[in-house]
Structures are given as C-alpha cells and as structure tokens.
Design a protein. Structure first.
Length: 478
C-alpha cells in the first residue's frame, strides 16, 4: 500500500510538471522553440503547441498586428484575428497572459478587412483564461449596420475567464457574449471606444460590455469591471434570455467620446434587459438579472435602466449620480402589448441616488415592486455632498491594483456621520450589512419619526396592524 501511495504521488507530480510555459515576444520567431530565451512570434504558433494546463506568456511590448495575421473567418462575417479553438479542461485551463510584471499591448490599427467585422480574440473553446493585456485600435470598415468586438464568445463555449484585460481607444465592444455559460469577466476595463465609421458615425453599437445569451446560457458574471466614454452603453443586456449578474462594476460617461464630447449613441450606464419594445412571438420565461454594488455616474441617459424589460430585476446596493435619471425601471406592459408601463416586479433595496439631472427615479410602479431602504423610495431622504467622503470622479479611472482589482476609492463612499451610512445604503455595503431586525411596537405613536410606508412604498397616515417601512427599517405594528 505504501508503494502504491508513492507511485500515485509521483504520477500526480509528473502530471503537474507536464504543464509548460510557452513564450511569445515582439522579436520572436515562429521557428523558435517557444521558451523564454527562444520565443515565438504569434499566438497561432503558440496555440498549436499549447495543451490543457499550459500557459502562453506574451512578453511586454506592442504587438502591431498585420492583416495577414488574421487566423480565420467565422459566421461568414467575422475576421477572427486570434481564433482560439483549442480547449483546456476543468482544473487545467489553457492560459493566455501577459508575462509576470509585463503588460503586452495588441494594436489592431492596421487590421481593416474589407466587408468583415473584426473579432480580436474569438473564443471557440472552453476552460480558457485570458489575462493581463491591452487591446487597442480595433477597427470598423463596414459603413452600414455593423459592429466589431475585442473579445467574443459566440459559439456556445463555457467556463472561460477574461481577467484584467483593458480594451480602449478603438471602435469595438469590449467583451461580447451571445452563446455560452459560466463565463466570468473579471476586473476588465473598456474605455474611449467609438465607432466613427458605420451608420454615419453614430457609434450606437459600441458598448463597454454586452451579454445577449440564450435561455440555457446561465451563470455569466461581470465582476469588478469598468466602462467609461464608450459611445453607446456601458453594460448592455438587451435580448438576453438568461440571468446575468453585474457585481461591483462602474459605468461612467456612456454616450460620450470623452468626458466633454457626447455621441448620438444611447448612453445608459447599466441596461438590464428588454427585447426592443416590440410584440414577441410567444410568452417565455423572462430572466431576472442582478445589478449589485455598482456605480453609475454622468451617463448621458439613465444610470440604471430596465429598458422595457418584461419582468423584474434585482437592484441592490447601487449608487448613482448625475445621470439623466439615476434609476429608470420602465417595463413593457406584456409580451403581446408593446407599451411602456411603470416598472413591475423589481426589487430595489439599499440604493443611493444623488442629483439625477432630471430626477432620482422614474417609471416605477411602487405597488408592484419590492422597495426597501433606498435614499429615494419608499421614504425620500435629503442627500447632500456632505454625505460622501469624496465626489472626485478622477478616482474612478485611477490605475488598478497590481493584482488587477479595482482601486480603493472614496467616491460616493458614505461618511460615517450620514444617515445613509447608518442604513447601510450604497455601493460599499452588501445586503448582509443591511440593518436587520424587525422592530415590534404596539402602536405607531411609540416610534415617532417622519412617515410610514407600506412594503410597496405607499405612504400611510395612520398605520394599522401589519409590517411597514419607518425610518428606513421594517416595523411591525401590533
């Protein structure tokens, strides 16, 4: 038995040792071995050598991609610059990463295939991990309705991680998912992306991040991502049929080329759902998306937007400032009636709104939503700049930490003296932080205070027995 254990341990060590590192460098050659001192020149050559468990390291520098390096065409319309077709496996991902301590940049300025959309990293594989590099200069060449994408998951592939990738100063959507489950987009940035070529330069198809998957494509998450100065929306879930989560993400200046120049694009921070405000072929199970601990600032249109969705979403511990409307929960009346109605089925809990350009909120049917502990509903609270430790927008675009995580910021972080802080509202708190305990009183007069509201947000002058919102907390009147 002891010998068998030793043999098993040796086999496991041998398997781990079998994973190899493959190196690519700007001065490499595809006739090289792919070692650190003999690097390859292209991803295509590295992928040919890679096996599950291997890591492909790109050395630092700028990779100016030539059009002849495009690896293929997919879906008859996408010129796939890096066509990733080789899968890893559970516990043995294939990793494509910037070398430790280095930051490669892929420059797509010269890739302009006539009559084709561009997909820079086209993922047609499972169990991959893309990490620690920049994509810049992605082009659009079609003058009609079109789009290009920096990273695409379009063929039903799953269990991929896209981490600490920055997509900027180009014409492409950052990350775009249409088919595939359990993909994680982690700590990625998309900024200053504007399509000046198609549709007269409207820029209306350049979101920071988009997920528009089928009903079976569950488990997709965007966490710790930032989107700013993208010409359409920051984060977009239109025509999405499975639940998606936006967690600790920031959207700023959507619908702008830069912080002072707007575009004709939509300009919503978080567009969570909707199907084009049109009659559907038949009723279907509408997904419930989750938007939590996110920040929406200075987006041209709405900060948090339900976009004519056919059901409710969960909006939890978010903070919004300086959007047209900070929270717009508009829904479509039903699958067969394409009319706008006040939002129904939503849960809004522990959200903060400060000085929306047209208002804190709009299009919320309070009787048909669960509304608890927000600064604006069910009990409006006065919110002032003094409630926040900082209102300096520059903090939101500060460099990320060495591990790729979001910078530590004080922007819209609540001052401990604020009533909102006591109520654990806003992006810095989680639902577990919210005040707990439902107080029981024998009559409304025992607690005094500034107003009583039903759980649906309707003000009540003389509450009878039941559960109410009072002072930002649930209270049982006995």
């Amino acid at each position: 038995m002891k010998k068998l254990c030793i043999v098993a341990a040796l086999m496991a060590a041998s398997a781990a040792a079998g994973a190899k590192n493959i190196y690519v460098a700007t001065d490499g050659s595809d006739s090289n071995r792919g070692t650190m001192d003999s690097p390859l020149a292209t991803l295509a050559a590295a992928q040919a050598k890679a096996q599950p468990g291997d890591t492909v390291y790109f050395r630092g520098g700028t990779y100016r991609i030539a059009e002849e390096q495009v690896m293929g065409t997919e879906e008859n319309i996408y010129a796939t610059v890096f066509n990733l077709t080789k899968s890893g496996s559970e516990g043995k991902r294939i990793v494509y990463a910037g070398a430790p301590g280095e930051r490669p940049v892929f420059d797509l300025t010269d890739v302009r295939p006539e009559g084709k959309r561009v997909s820079v990293f086209y993922i047609h594989a499972n169990w991959l991990h893309l990490k620690n590099f920049d994509i810049v200069g992605t082009q659009v060449t079609i003058t009609g309705h079109t789009q290009s994408e920096a990273i695409s998951i379009r063929r039903g592939n799953s269990h991929n991680i896209i981490e600490n990738v920055a997509i900027h100063d180009g014409m492409a959507i950052g990350v775009y998912i249409t088919k595939g489950s359990d993909n994680l987009v982690l700590n990625c940035d998309a900024y200053r992306n504007y399509d000046s070529v198609s549709e007269g330069g409207r820029g209306g198809n350049v979101d920071g991040f988009g997920c528009h998957v089928r009903s079976q494509d569950t488990g997709n998450v965007f966490r710790g991502c930032r989107a700013w100065c993208n010409s359409d929306d920051g984060f977009d879930l239109i025509n999405c049929y499975a639940p998606v989560t936006f967690d600790n993400c920031w959207a700023m200046y959507s619908g702008y080329k830069d912080e002072s120049t707007s575009t004709p694009g939509d300009g919503n921070g978080f567009k969570a759902g909707g199907y084009g405000k049109q009659v559907q072929d038949a009723p279907f199970s509408v997904p419930r998306h989750t938007v939590k601990n996110c920040i929406a600032y200075a987006n041209k249109a709405n900060g948090f937007y339900a976009n004519h969705h056919l059901g409710g979403n969960d909006w939890l511990n978010n903070s919004a400032w300086k959007n047209k409307y900070n929270y717009n929960m508009v829904n479509q009346k039903s699958w067969d009636v394409a009319e706008d109605v006040g939002g129904y089925g939503h849960t809004l809990r522990s959200n903060v709104s400060y000085r929306g350009n047209r208002g804190d909120w709009t299009e919320i049917n309070q009787d048909e939503c669960t509304i608890e502990n927000n600064s604006f509903l069910p009990m409006p609270m006065a919110v002032a700049e003094a409630d926040f430790l900082s209102t300096d927008y520059a903090e939101l675009t500060a460099p990320r930490k060495a591990d790729g995580s979001l910078p530590d910021v004080s922007f819209m972080r609540l001052a401990p003296t604020s009533r909102l802080y006591a109520a654990r509202m806003g992006w810095e708190f989680t639902q577990d932080d919210a005040p707990t305990g439902i107080r029981g009183v024998s009559g409304a007069g025992e607690t005094g205070g500034s107003g009583w509201y039903t759980l649906g947000g309707v003000r009540v002058e003389k509450p009878q027995r039941g559960v109410y919102i009072h002072g930002g907390r649930k209270v049982v009147v006995k």
